[in-house]
Design a protein around this ligand. Structure first.
Ligand SMILES: Cc1cc2nc3c(=O)[nH]c(=O)nc-3n(C[C@H](O)[C@H](O)[C@H](O)COP(=O)(O)OP(=O)(O)OC[C@H]3O[C@@H](n4cnc5c(N)ncnc54)[C@H](O)[C@@H]3O)c2cc1C
Length: 404
């Protein structure tokens, strides 16, 4: 039996603690917050998109994403479902293979995990922030609340710097560096985009299905279709989160970012042109915005008309070919400049993190320091939106716990 320290009672730390305790180790789980799993509680809008039916290595990113293969092989979707079912949690499938707890409550996941950890006698220390890790001979000395604790193995499961209000402040990167590891500079991912386009505020609150093309330095580099939400600062919604990783990286590299929106993705340009033409026959006496309201939300119509400088045209029937072309273009190819992302404070995850090339993929142990392990988002592995990040947190925590 070894004395094992796990730093961070988030998704990866909790599963790691359970597995390590099942193997008979004496496990201490340090958590700086007064509660465990605060970030889990915020996931999936409180419903916790726990995993996905289509877990696949292609949905993961980083300098060396194939590193995650072994963790995902050992803990695939089937194993994940069986694992949580054994804890007492039933699941249900949502859109695009997303898996949620049947209760649709993230708290069910946290409650069952902590119950299991406590039943296995994991020593859970809350309000216990680890501030320093020292390696002395074969032992790890952890500094916590002015005390020093000694362990045979140490697992860093501290998360990233995404949404630091929930606990992950980036201390894992500092620990890694202090122990001789390299860290790929983190940047926000799955994050909203800020636009400085005039009049965009007019459309704030409009939610719709849209096509989103991402342009970096005027080159198209990603196309998605999904939920789009106009906000007071710019754009949100699942389609925006999906393209945000590449946008965020472009800002790090000093490149320019635009999105081109297709506001009616299920109508071809030709079909829309003929629909608009047809609608002219009953445009007489209608304001342009009222005429457009028949096909798009009013707030969006007002935004488009202001942007295209068409507000002076009072009657829709007076639309000329040139104005019609402008409207058609705005509905199918609305080009918006993106100034920045909403940053770490709003990001769901971070790209970057501890360089996985310095770890053994079979057990996530440091190649530099024996019995030092890393799991979860602190690593330079990040997943797509849709349950892929939590899945990697469970899978990597499971792999470490089993390997200890
Ligand atoms: C709003 C939001 C919604 C999300 N929704 C989803 C979703 O639906 N599906 C999905 O797959 N992913 C989602 N994610 C991402 C997912 O939550 C994370 O990828 C996952 O929680 C990472 O797990 P982790 O264990 O690595 O880190 P965390 O869950 O962040 O846990 C790290 C823990 O370590 C603690 N800690 C940090 N430093 C110290 C220290 N020095 N001493 C002691 N304790 C410390 C922190 O307080 C924290 O509790 C979402 C994220 C956010 C922010």
């Amino acid at each position: 039996m070894s004395r094992v320290a796990i730093i961070g009672a988030g998704a990866s730390g909790l599963v790691c603690a359970i597995e390590a305790a099942r193997k008979g180790h004496q496990v201490t789980l340090f958590e700086k917050n007064s509660k465990v799993g605060r970030k889990i509680l915020a996931t999936g809008n409180g419903r916790c998109n726990i995993s996905n039916e289509k877990i696949n290595i292609t949905r993961y990113h980083g300098e060396s994403p194939s590193f995650a293969k072994e963790a995902l092989r050992r803990f695939d979707t089937f194993t994940c479902k069986a694992y949580f079912r054994a804890l007492g949690l039933e699941m249900r499938e949502g859109e695009e293979g997303r898996l949620y707890p049947m209760s649709h409550q993230a708290s069910s996941v946290v409650d069952l995990l902590i119950h299991e950890a406590r039943s296995l006698h994991v020593n859970v220390l809350l309000e216990s922030e680890v501030t320093k890790i020292e390696k002395k001979d074969a032992e790890f000395m952890l500094h916590v609340n002015a005390q020093t604790h000694i362990f045979d193995a140490c697992v860093i499961a501290t998360g990233s710097v995404a949404m630091p209000t929930l606990g992950s402040s980036g201390s894992g990167y500092d620990f890694a560096k202090s122990l001789g590891h390299s860290v790929i500079e983190p940047y926000p991912s799955l994050v909203q985009l800020i636009s400085d386009e005039p009049f965009l505020k007019e459309a704030s609150g409009v939610k719709m299905d849209a096509g989103v093309d991402l342009y970096i330095d005027n080159q198209k580099c990603q196309s998605v279709q999904g939920d789009l939400l106009f906000t007071t600062y710019g754009l949100s919604g699942s389609a925006i989160l999906e393209v945000s990783r590449k946008a965020s990286k472009a800002f790090v590299d000093g490149e320019t970012v635009h999105v081109v929106l297709d506001l009616l993705p299920n109508l071809s340009r030709e079909a829309l042109a003929s629909l608009l033409q047809k609608r002219l026959s009953f445009a007489k006496g209608k304001s342009l915005s009222l005429w457009l309201e028949g096909i798009i939300p009013k707030k969006l119509a007002l935004f488009i008309l202001q942007r295209e400088k068409l507000t002076s045209l009072k009657d829709a029937s007076s639309l000329g070919a040139k104005e019609m072309k402008k409207i058609l273009f705005a509905l199918k190819s609305l080009r918006l400049h993106v100034k920045a992302t909403k940053g770490f404070e709003s990001a769901e995850v971070c790209a970057g993190g501890v360089d996985v090339r310095e770890l053994d993929a079979k057990n996530l142990m440091s190649k530099k320091i024996p019995n030092l392990y890393f799991c979860g988002e602190v690593l330079d592995i990040d997943g797509d939106c849709g349950g892929f990040n939590l899945h990697f947190a469970w899978a990597s925590g499971y792999l470490v716990g089993q390997s200890l």
